[in-house]
Unconditional design. Structure first.
Length: 138
């Protein structure tokens, strides 16, 4: 029963999240699965590593297809190329069973997530200031 309640909670969390929150959740999920894949590799669990790398790759694919290439212009193209690079590195990591290659992807994902967090924070702060509210960050 508690598993079902937890799943309902998680489903509600995703369905009520803003686009910005969903983006950060995707990054968090990809990082989580990539770290789990590394652990599976270290434990020589080939099937487990493969499954976690596939999940990481699926999330990166979702990030790729969510890009608006028309409105995003050069930034969207650069992100697409970076996501494509990460996907290829995950495939190489899976073939070679190399946790170091996964580490490279984790570093890139973490950097992007932190950058998005900063951008989202700045935009929220600007919206509050423009609305005549208080600057809660300072």
């Amino acid at each position: 029963m508690s598993v079902n309640a937890y799943q309902r909670y998680k489903d509600a969390q995703y369905s009520t999240a803003s686009p910005e929150q969903l983006l950060l959740m995707l990054y968090e999920g990809a990082i989580k699965y990539a770290r789990q894949a590394q652990e599976e590799m270290r434990e020589k669990n080939i099937e487990g590593a493969n499954n976690k790398l596939k999940k990481t790759g699926d999330i990166i694919s979702e990030l790729m297809v969510s890009l608006d290439m028309e409105q995003g212009g050069e930034i969207a193209r650069n992100l697409y190329n970076l996501y494509d690079y990460m996907s290829r590195r995950l495939i190489q990591a899976n073939i070679r069973k190399d946790p170091g290659l996964v580490d490279e992807v984790i570093t890139l994902l973490t950097s992007l997530k932190e950058s998005w967090e900063e951008v989202i924070g700045r935009v929220r702060s600007q919206v509050i200031q423009n609305a005549g509210g208080l600057n809660l960050e300072g």
